[in-house]
Design a protein around this ligand. Sequence first.
Ligand code: PMP
Length: 450
Amino acid sequence: MSSNQSLSKRDLSVLWHPCTQMKDHENFPIIPIKKGRGIWLEDFDGNRYLDAISSWWVNLFGHANPYINAALKDQLDTLEHVIFAGFTHEAAVELAEKLVEITPEGLNRCFYADNGSAAVEVALKMSFHYWRNLGQTQKKQFITLENSYHGETLGALAVGNVPLYKETYAPLLMDVITVPGPDCYHREPGESWADYSTRRFALMEQALQQHSDTVCAVIIEPLVQCAGNMRMYDPVYLTLLRAACDKYNVHLIADEVAVGFGRSGTLFACEQAAISPDFICLSKGLTGGYLPLSAVVTTDQMYQAFYADYQNMSAFLHSHSYTGNALACRAGLATLEIFQQHNIIEKNRSLAEMMTKVAARFHDHPHVAEVRQTGMILAIEMVKNKHSREPYPWQERRGLRVYQYALSKGVLLRPLGNVVYFMPPYIVTEDQLLLIAEVAWQGIQQAVKD
Ligand code: PMP
Protein backbone atom coordinates (compact mmCIF):
# COMPACT_ATOMS: atom_id res chain seq x y z
CA MET A 1 0.00 0.00 0.00
CA SER A 2 1.36 3.39 -0.99
CA SER A 3 1.38 6.33 1.39
CA ASN A 4 2.17 9.94 0.56
CA GLN A 5 5.67 9.41 1.81
CA SER A 6 6.44 6.19 -0.01
CA LEU A 7 5.08 7.35 -3.34
CA SER A 8 6.81 10.75 -3.08
CA LYS A 9 10.09 9.02 -2.44
CA ARG A 10 9.72 6.75 -5.45
CA ASP A 11 8.58 9.70 -7.58
CA LEU A 12 11.53 11.87 -6.65
CA SER A 13 14.00 9.14 -7.46
CA VAL A 14 12.82 8.64 -11.07
CA LEU A 15 10.67 11.57 -12.18
CA TRP A 16 11.31 15.07 -13.47
CA HIS A 17 8.21 17.28 -13.24
CA PRO A 18 7.10 20.10 -15.56
CA CYS A 19 7.56 23.75 -14.67
CA THR A 20 9.40 22.77 -11.49
CA GLN A 21 12.78 23.41 -9.91
CA MET A 22 13.07 19.88 -8.57
CA LYS A 23 15.34 21.00 -5.72
CA ASP A 24 12.32 22.81 -4.23
CA HIS A 25 11.05 19.39 -3.23
CA GLU A 26 13.84 19.10 -0.69
CA ASN A 27 11.82 21.63 1.29
CA PHE A 28 8.24 20.85 0.48
CA PRO A 29 6.66 17.59 -0.53
CA ILE A 30 5.22 16.62 -3.84
CA ILE A 31 1.61 15.52 -3.36
CA PRO A 32 0.66 12.08 -4.62
CA ILE A 33 -2.98 12.03 -5.64
CA LYS A 34 -4.84 8.79 -5.19
CA LYS A 35 -8.15 9.76 -6.65
CA GLY A 36 -10.32 12.59 -7.82
CA ARG A 37 -14.06 13.10 -7.62
CA GLY A 38 -15.89 16.24 -8.62
CA ILE A 39 -13.96 19.28 -7.51
CA TRP A 40 -11.94 17.28 -4.98
CA LEU A 41 -8.60 15.53 -5.20
CA GLU A 42 -7.54 13.11 -2.48
CA ASP A 43 -4.00 12.07 -1.57
CA PHE A 44 -2.74 8.75 -0.22
CA ASP A 45 -3.02 9.89 3.39
CA GLY A 46 -6.67 10.86 2.95
CA ASN A 47 -6.18 14.66 2.71
CA ARG A 48 -8.52 16.41 0.30
CA TYR A 49 -7.76 19.38 -1.96
CA LEU A 50 -10.31 21.55 -3.71
CA ASP A 51 -9.07 21.97 -7.28
CA ALA A 52 -9.56 25.74 -7.64
CA ILE A 53 -7.42 25.95 -10.79
CA SER A 54 -9.01 23.06 -12.68
CA SER A 55 -5.70 21.15 -12.81
CA TRP A 56 -3.89 23.70 -15.01
CA TRP A 57 -7.14 25.03 -16.48
CA VAL A 58 -8.22 21.83 -18.17
CA ASN A 59 -10.96 20.37 -16.00
CA LEU A 60 -14.45 21.69 -16.67
CA PHE A 61 -16.93 19.31 -15.08
CA GLY A 62 -15.03 17.71 -12.24
CA HIS A 63 -12.75 14.74 -11.83
CA ALA A 64 -14.18 11.30 -12.59
CA ASN A 65 -17.25 12.88 -14.13
CA PRO A 66 -19.78 10.04 -14.47
CA TYR A 67 -21.01 11.15 -17.90
CA ILE A 68 -17.55 11.46 -19.46
CA ASN A 69 -16.44 8.25 -17.72
CA ALA A 70 -19.33 6.31 -19.26
CA ALA A 71 -18.60 7.67 -22.74
CA LEU A 72 -14.95 6.70 -22.41
CA LYS A 73 -15.73 3.21 -21.15
CA ASP A 74 -17.97 2.70 -24.15
CA GLN A 75 -15.32 4.02 -26.53
CA LEU A 76 -12.67 1.84 -24.91
CA ASP A 77 -14.59 -1.29 -25.84
CA THR A 78 -15.03 -0.09 -29.43
CA LEU A 79 -11.83 1.60 -30.61
CA GLU A 80 -9.00 3.08 -28.58
CA HIS A 81 -6.95 4.56 -31.43
CA VAL A 82 -6.26 4.18 -35.10
CA ILE A 83 -3.75 5.78 -37.48
CA PHE A 84 -5.38 9.01 -38.69
CA ALA A 85 -3.79 9.15 -42.15
CA GLY A 86 -5.80 7.12 -44.63
CA PHE A 87 -8.24 6.14 -41.84
CA THR A 88 -10.90 7.87 -39.83
CA HIS A 89 -13.47 7.03 -37.13
CA GLU A 90 -16.80 8.12 -35.80
CA ALA A 91 -15.69 10.09 -32.75
CA ALA A 92 -13.21 12.19 -34.76
CA VAL A 93 -15.79 12.99 -37.45
CA GLU A 94 -18.53 13.82 -34.98
CA LEU A 95 -16.29 16.02 -32.86
CA ALA A 96 -15.03 17.90 -35.93
CA GLU A 97 -18.64 18.43 -37.06
CA LYS A 98 -19.50 19.84 -33.64
CA LEU A 99 -16.42 22.08 -33.52
CA VAL A 100 -17.18 23.48 -36.95
CA GLU A 101 -20.74 24.15 -35.79
CA ILE A 102 -19.87 25.92 -32.53
CA THR A 103 -16.74 27.88 -33.45
CA PRO A 104 -17.15 31.33 -35.04
CA GLU A 105 -18.66 31.58 -38.52
CA GLY A 106 -16.38 30.61 -41.39
CA LEU A 107 -14.23 28.16 -39.42
CA ASN A 108 -15.08 24.96 -41.27
CA ARG A 109 -12.05 22.73 -41.27
CA CYS A 110 -10.62 20.92 -38.28
CA PHE A 111 -7.03 19.66 -37.95
CA TYR A 112 -6.24 17.66 -34.82
CA ALA A 113 -3.04 17.64 -32.77
CA ASP A 114 -2.45 16.50 -29.21
CA ASN A 115 -1.69 19.50 -26.99
CA GLY A 116 -1.93 23.27 -26.98
CA SER A 117 1.64 23.94 -28.08
CA ALA A 118 1.26 21.53 -30.99
CA ALA A 119 -1.93 23.34 -32.05
CA VAL A 120 0.00 26.61 -32.09
CA GLU A 121 2.77 25.02 -34.17
CA VAL A 122 0.15 23.76 -36.62
CA ALA A 123 -1.45 27.19 -36.99
CA LEU A 124 1.91 28.92 -37.49
CA LYS A 125 3.04 26.38 -40.06
CA MET A 126 -0.29 26.42 -41.89
CA SER A 127 -0.30 30.19 -42.10
CA PHE A 128 3.25 30.33 -43.44
CA HIS A 129 2.59 27.47 -45.83
CA TYR A 130 -0.63 29.09 -47.12
CA TRP A 131 1.24 32.18 -48.25
CA ARG A 132 3.97 30.03 -49.76
CA ASN A 133 1.42 28.01 -51.71
CA LEU A 134 0.14 31.31 -53.06
CA GLY A 135 3.64 32.28 -54.14
CA GLN A 136 4.06 34.88 -51.40
CA THR A 137 7.34 33.51 -50.10
CA GLN A 138 8.38 36.83 -48.60
CA LYS A 139 5.81 36.29 -45.84
CA LYS A 140 7.68 34.48 -43.10
CA GLN A 141 7.31 36.50 -39.92
CA PHE A 142 4.79 36.57 -37.09
CA ILE A 143 3.49 39.39 -34.95
CA THR A 144 2.87 38.67 -31.30
CA LEU A 145 1.94 40.65 -28.21
CA GLU A 146 4.10 41.58 -25.28
CA ASN A 147 3.35 39.31 -22.27
CA SER A 148 1.82 36.60 -24.44
CA TYR A 149 2.16 32.86 -23.93
CA HIS A 150 1.54 30.17 -26.51
CA GLY A 151 3.31 27.07 -25.22
CA GLU A 152 6.73 25.56 -24.73
CA THR A 153 7.81 23.99 -28.02
CA LEU A 154 10.30 26.12 -29.93
CA GLY A 155 7.86 27.70 -32.38
CA ALA A 156 5.25 28.35 -29.70
CA LEU A 157 7.92 29.70 -27.35
CA ALA A 158 9.20 32.02 -30.07
CA VAL A 159 5.78 33.66 -30.49
CA GLY A 160 5.38 33.86 -26.72
CA ASN A 161 6.85 36.69 -24.70
CA VAL A 162 7.04 35.69 -21.01
CA PRO A 163 10.77 36.03 -20.23
CA LEU A 164 10.71 33.37 -17.50
CA TYR A 165 10.04 30.68 -20.07
CA LYS A 166 11.59 32.25 -23.15
CA GLU A 167 14.85 33.94 -22.25
CA THR A 168 17.03 30.86 -21.77
CA TYR A 169 16.13 29.50 -25.17
CA ALA A 170 16.29 32.81 -27.06
CA PRO A 171 19.28 31.73 -29.18
CA LEU A 172 17.21 28.86 -30.56
CA LEU A 173 14.10 30.83 -31.44
CA MET A 174 12.91 32.43 -34.67
CA ASP A 175 12.70 36.21 -34.70
CA VAL A 176 9.25 37.65 -34.19
CA ILE A 177 7.79 41.14 -34.15
CA THR A 178 6.62 41.89 -30.62
CA VAL A 179 4.07 44.64 -30.20
CA PRO A 180 3.31 46.36 -26.85
CA GLY A 181 0.09 44.85 -25.59
CA PRO A 182 -3.37 46.02 -24.49
CA ASP A 183 -2.99 44.70 -20.90
CA CYS A 184 -5.40 46.93 -18.96
CA TYR A 185 -3.45 46.68 -15.71
CA HIS A 186 -1.41 49.52 -17.18
CA ARG A 187 -4.32 51.84 -18.01
CA GLU A 188 -4.38 55.34 -16.54
CA PRO A 189 -6.50 55.94 -13.43
CA GLY A 190 -10.08 56.46 -14.57
CA GLU A 191 -9.42 55.16 -18.09
CA SER A 192 -11.82 52.42 -19.21
CA TRP A 193 -10.65 49.05 -20.48
CA ALA A 194 -12.13 49.85 -23.87
CA ASP A 195 -10.37 53.21 -24.11
CA TYR A 196 -7.03 51.79 -23.08
CA SER A 197 -7.30 48.80 -25.41
CA THR A 198 -8.27 51.09 -28.29
CA ARG A 199 -5.38 53.43 -27.55
CA ARG A 200 -2.92 50.57 -27.43
CA PHE A 201 -4.19 49.21 -30.71
CA ALA A 202 -2.45 52.09 -32.51
CA LEU A 203 0.86 50.30 -31.87
CA MET A 204 -0.43 47.12 -33.49
CA GLU A 205 -1.73 49.08 -36.46
CA GLN A 206 1.69 50.67 -36.85
CA ALA A 207 3.42 47.29 -36.82
CA LEU A 208 1.00 45.91 -39.39
CA GLN A 209 1.41 48.91 -41.62
CA GLN A 210 5.16 48.63 -41.45
CA HIS A 211 5.59 44.88 -41.82
CA SER A 212 2.53 43.49 -43.59
CA ASP A 213 4.54 42.48 -46.67
CA THR A 214 6.60 40.02 -44.68
CA VAL A 215 4.09 38.98 -42.02
CA CYS A 216 2.08 35.75 -42.21
CA ALA A 217 -0.10 36.21 -39.15
CA VAL A 218 -0.76 37.92 -35.85
CA ILE A 219 -1.15 35.46 -32.99
CA ILE A 220 -3.02 36.45 -29.83
CA GLU A 221 -4.70 35.11 -26.72
CA PRO A 222 -8.17 36.63 -26.94
CA LEU A 223 -9.15 38.70 -23.84
CA VAL A 224 -6.92 37.06 -21.22
CA GLN A 225 -3.16 36.52 -21.28
CA CYS A 226 -3.39 33.63 -18.89
CA ALA A 227 0.19 32.48 -18.30
CA GLY A 228 1.23 36.15 -18.45
CA ASN A 229 -0.26 36.66 -14.97
CA MET A 230 -3.92 36.64 -16.02
CA ARG A 231 -3.71 40.08 -17.61
CA MET A 232 -6.88 41.13 -19.40
CA TYR A 233 -8.09 43.51 -22.09
CA ASP A 234 -11.22 44.68 -23.82
CA PRO A 235 -12.88 42.89 -26.78
CA VAL A 236 -12.63 46.09 -28.84
CA TYR A 237 -8.97 45.22 -29.39
CA LEU A 238 -10.02 42.03 -31.17
CA THR A 239 -12.54 43.86 -33.31
CA LEU A 240 -9.92 46.37 -34.40
CA LEU A 241 -7.37 43.62 -34.96
CA ARG A 242 -9.70 41.61 -37.18
CA ALA A 243 -10.34 44.64 -39.37
CA ALA A 244 -6.65 45.50 -39.56
CA CYS A 245 -5.61 41.93 -40.43
CA ASP A 246 -8.09 42.05 -43.31
CA LYS A 247 -6.83 45.45 -44.40
CA TYR A 248 -3.16 44.40 -44.38
CA ASN A 249 -3.69 40.88 -45.73
CA VAL A 250 -2.39 39.08 -42.67
CA HIS A 251 -3.92 36.06 -40.90
CA LEU A 252 -5.32 36.23 -37.40
CA ILE A 253 -4.56 33.25 -35.16
CA ALA A 254 -6.72 33.14 -32.02
CA ASP A 255 -5.06 30.96 -29.41
CA GLU A 256 -8.06 29.96 -27.29
CA VAL A 257 -6.22 27.02 -25.73
CA ALA A 258 -6.78 28.52 -22.27
CA VAL A 259 -9.81 30.79 -22.73
CA GLY A 260 -11.91 28.52 -24.95
CA PHE A 261 -14.84 26.42 -23.77
CA GLY A 262 -16.49 28.94 -21.54
CA ARG A 263 -13.58 30.30 -19.52
CA SER A 264 -14.04 33.84 -20.85
CA GLY A 265 -17.77 33.82 -20.11
CA THR A 266 -18.77 32.96 -23.68
CA LEU A 267 -18.09 29.61 -25.32
CA PHE A 268 -15.21 31.23 -27.22
CA ALA A 269 -13.66 34.57 -26.33
CA CYS A 270 -13.77 35.76 -29.96
CA GLU A 271 -17.57 35.83 -29.68
CA GLN A 272 -17.35 38.86 -27.39
CA ALA A 273 -15.87 40.85 -30.26
CA ALA A 274 -18.13 39.18 -32.84
CA ILE A 275 -15.10 38.21 -34.91
CA SER A 276 -13.93 35.11 -36.75
CA PRO A 277 -10.20 34.52 -36.75
CA ASP A 278 -8.51 32.64 -39.60
CA PHE A 279 -7.41 29.98 -37.13
CA ILE A 280 -8.68 29.10 -33.69
CA CYS A 281 -6.43 26.88 -31.53
CA LEU A 282 -8.25 24.76 -28.97
CA SER A 283 -7.10 22.31 -26.30
CA LYS A 284 -7.30 22.08 -22.47
CA GLY A 285 -11.08 22.11 -21.84
CA LEU A 286 -11.69 20.42 -25.19
CA THR A 287 -11.74 17.00 -23.51
CA GLY A 288 -13.11 18.25 -20.19
CA GLY A 289 -9.62 17.80 -18.75
CA TYR A 290 -9.46 14.09 -19.46
CA LEU A 291 -7.05 13.47 -22.31
CA PRO A 292 -4.52 15.37 -24.39
CA LEU A 293 -6.11 16.62 -27.59
CA SER A 294 -6.04 19.84 -29.55
CA ALA A 295 -7.70 21.16 -32.65
CA VAL A 296 -6.99 23.94 -35.08
CA VAL A 297 -10.15 25.01 -36.83
CA THR A 298 -9.64 27.11 -39.94
CA THR A 299 -11.38 28.37 -43.08
CA ASP A 300 -12.28 26.78 -46.41
CA GLN A 301 -10.01 29.30 -48.04
CA MET A 302 -7.06 27.98 -46.06
CA TYR A 303 -7.93 24.38 -46.90
CA GLN A 304 -8.33 25.12 -50.60
CA ALA A 305 -4.84 26.61 -50.83
CA PHE A 306 -3.39 23.19 -49.97
CA TYR A 307 -5.82 21.11 -52.04
CA ALA A 308 -4.17 20.07 -55.31
CA ASP A 309 -2.63 17.15 -57.15
CA TYR A 310 0.02 15.40 -55.09
CA GLN A 311 2.73 16.35 -57.60
CA ASN A 312 2.07 19.97 -56.72
CA MET A 313 3.77 19.33 -53.37
CA SER A 314 1.43 21.71 -51.60
CA ALA A 315 -0.02 19.32 -48.98
CA PHE A 316 0.20 20.02 -45.25
CA LEU A 317 2.31 17.05 -44.17
CA HIS A 318 2.42 17.85 -40.45
CA SER A 319 1.51 14.83 -38.33
CA HIS A 320 1.51 13.41 -34.81
CA SER A 321 1.22 9.69 -34.06
CA TYR A 322 -1.76 10.26 -31.80
CA THR A 323 -3.60 12.65 -34.14
CA GLY A 324 -7.36 12.26 -33.70
CA ASN A 325 -7.08 9.77 -30.84
CA ALA A 326 -10.44 8.07 -30.49
CA LEU A 327 -10.63 8.14 -26.69
CA ALA A 328 -9.72 11.82 -26.59
CA CYS A 329 -12.25 12.68 -29.31
CA ARG A 330 -14.94 10.79 -27.43
CA ALA A 331 -14.13 12.67 -24.23
CA GLY A 332 -14.44 15.85 -26.29
CA LEU A 333 -17.87 14.86 -27.56
CA ALA A 334 -19.10 14.00 -24.08
CA THR A 335 -17.81 17.37 -22.85
CA LEU A 336 -19.68 19.25 -25.56
CA GLU A 337 -22.82 17.25 -24.80
CA ILE A 338 -22.64 18.40 -21.18
CA PHE A 339 -22.37 22.03 -22.35
CA GLN A 340 -25.50 21.62 -24.41
CA GLN A 341 -27.61 19.46 -22.12
CA HIS A 342 -26.97 21.56 -19.02
CA ASN A 343 -26.97 25.01 -20.54
CA ILE A 344 -23.53 25.61 -19.07
CA ILE A 345 -22.73 29.02 -20.56
CA GLU A 346 -25.96 30.41 -19.13
CA LYS A 347 -25.36 28.82 -15.72
CA ASN A 348 -21.78 30.05 -15.64
CA ARG A 349 -23.09 33.61 -15.68
CA SER A 350 -24.35 33.26 -12.16
CA LEU A 351 -21.21 31.39 -11.12
CA ALA A 352 -19.12 34.27 -12.47
CA GLU A 353 -21.26 36.70 -10.50
CA MET A 354 -20.68 34.65 -7.37
CA MET A 355 -16.95 34.80 -8.05
CA THR A 356 -17.18 38.59 -8.28
CA LYS A 357 -19.05 38.64 -4.99
CA VAL A 358 -16.73 36.42 -2.99
CA ALA A 359 -13.69 38.36 -4.24
CA ALA A 360 -15.14 41.82 -3.53
CA ARG A 361 -13.30 42.11 -0.21
CA PHE A 362 -9.90 41.85 -1.92
CA HIS A 363 -10.25 45.29 -3.57
CA ASP A 364 -9.50 46.99 -0.27
CA HIS A 365 -6.71 44.71 0.82
CA PRO A 366 -3.60 46.81 1.54
CA HIS A 367 -1.45 44.55 -0.64
CA VAL A 368 -3.80 44.07 -3.56
CA ALA A 369 -3.39 46.42 -6.54
CA GLU A 370 -6.18 44.99 -8.66
CA VAL A 371 -8.93 42.41 -8.73
CA ARG A 372 -9.86 41.66 -12.34
CA GLN A 373 -12.21 39.20 -13.93
CA THR A 374 -13.21 37.90 -17.31
CA GLY A 375 -15.99 35.32 -17.06
CA MET A 376 -14.80 32.32 -15.07
CA ILE A 377 -11.29 33.69 -14.53
CA LEU A 378 -10.68 35.94 -11.54
CA ALA A 379 -7.24 37.30 -10.64
CA ILE A 380 -5.91 39.14 -7.61
CA GLU A 381 -2.67 41.08 -8.10
CA MET A 382 -0.59 41.12 -4.91
CA VAL A 383 1.85 44.03 -4.62
CA LYS A 384 4.33 45.42 -2.14
CA ASN A 385 2.88 48.91 -2.38
CA LYS A 386 -0.78 49.37 -3.25
CA HIS A 387 -0.40 53.00 -4.29
CA SER A 388 2.74 52.89 -6.40
CA ARG A 389 1.94 49.30 -7.45
CA GLU A 390 5.54 48.38 -6.75
CA PRO A 391 5.61 44.58 -7.08
CA TYR A 392 7.20 42.22 -4.62
CA PRO A 393 10.60 41.10 -5.91
CA TRP A 394 10.12 37.75 -7.64
CA GLN A 395 12.91 36.23 -5.55
CA GLU A 396 10.70 36.49 -2.46
CA ARG A 397 8.25 34.00 -3.96
CA ARG A 398 5.22 35.41 -2.16
CA GLY A 399 2.86 33.49 -4.42
CA LEU A 400 4.49 30.26 -3.33
CA ARG A 401 3.59 31.11 0.26
CA VAL A 402 -0.06 31.44 -0.78
CA TYR A 403 0.20 28.09 -2.56
CA GLN A 404 1.61 26.35 0.50
CA TYR A 405 -0.81 27.94 2.92
CA ALA A 406 -3.78 27.05 0.71
CA LEU A 407 -2.65 23.43 0.41
CA SER A 408 -2.43 23.19 4.18
CA LYS A 409 -6.09 24.26 4.23
CA GLY A 410 -7.16 21.83 1.51
CA VAL A 411 -7.37 24.20 -1.46
CA LEU A 412 -5.26 23.96 -4.60
CA LEU A 413 -4.39 27.50 -5.67
CA ARG A 414 -1.27 27.94 -7.77
CA PRO A 415 -0.46 31.62 -8.09
CA LEU A 416 1.42 32.89 -11.14
CA GLY A 417 4.21 34.94 -9.56
CA ASN A 418 2.36 37.35 -7.27
CA VAL A 419 -1.01 36.85 -8.92
CA VAL A 420 -3.49 34.66 -7.09
CA TYR A 421 -6.28 33.48 -9.36
CA PHE A 422 -9.42 31.39 -9.28
CA MET A 423 -10.21 29.26 -12.31
CA PRO A 424 -12.51 26.58 -10.88
CA PRO A 425 -14.33 23.79 -12.71
CA TYR A 426 -17.87 24.78 -13.68
CA ILE A 427 -19.33 22.48 -11.01
CA VAL A 428 -18.06 24.72 -8.21
CA THR A 429 -20.70 25.68 -5.62
CA GLU A 430 -21.21 28.96 -3.77
CA ASP A 431 -19.92 27.42 -0.54
CA GLN A 432 -16.83 26.18 -2.29
CA LEU A 433 -16.22 29.64 -3.79
CA LEU A 434 -16.53 31.12 -0.32
CA LEU A 435 -13.98 28.60 0.94
CA ILE A 436 -11.58 29.38 -1.93
CA ALA A 437 -11.86 33.12 -1.24
CA GLU A 438 -11.40 32.73 2.52
CA VAL A 439 -8.32 30.53 2.06
CA ALA A 440 -6.91 32.92 -0.55
CA TRP A 441 -7.47 35.83 1.84
CA GLN A 442 -5.71 34.08 4.71
CA GLY A 443 -2.98 32.91 2.33
CA ILE A 444 -2.35 36.47 1.19
CA GLN A 445 -2.29 37.61 4.82
CA GLN A 446 0.46 35.06 5.48
CA ALA A 447 2.31 35.90 2.29
CA VAL A 448 2.54 39.65 2.89
CA LYS A 449 3.91 39.26 6.44
CA ASP A 450 7.57 39.93 6.81
N1 PMP B 1 -1.60 28.54 -25.50
C1 PMP B 1 -2.08 29.05 -24.36
C2 PMP B 1 -2.85 30.32 -24.42
C3 PMP B 1 -1.86 28.40 -23.15
O1 PMP B 1 -2.32 28.94 -22.01
C4 PMP B 1 -1.16 27.16 -23.15
C5 PMP B 1 -0.91 26.36 -21.89
N2 PMP B 1 -1.03 26.98 -20.69
C6 PMP B 1 -0.67 26.68 -24.37
C7 PMP B 1 -0.93 27.38 -25.53
C8 PMP B 1 0.11 25.39 -24.44
O2 PMP B 1 -0.69 24.31 -24.22
P1 PMP B 1 -0.04 22.92 -23.74
O3 PMP B 1 0.43 23.14 -22.34
O4 PMP B 1 -1.15 21.94 -23.85
O5 PMP B 1 1.08 22.63 -24.68
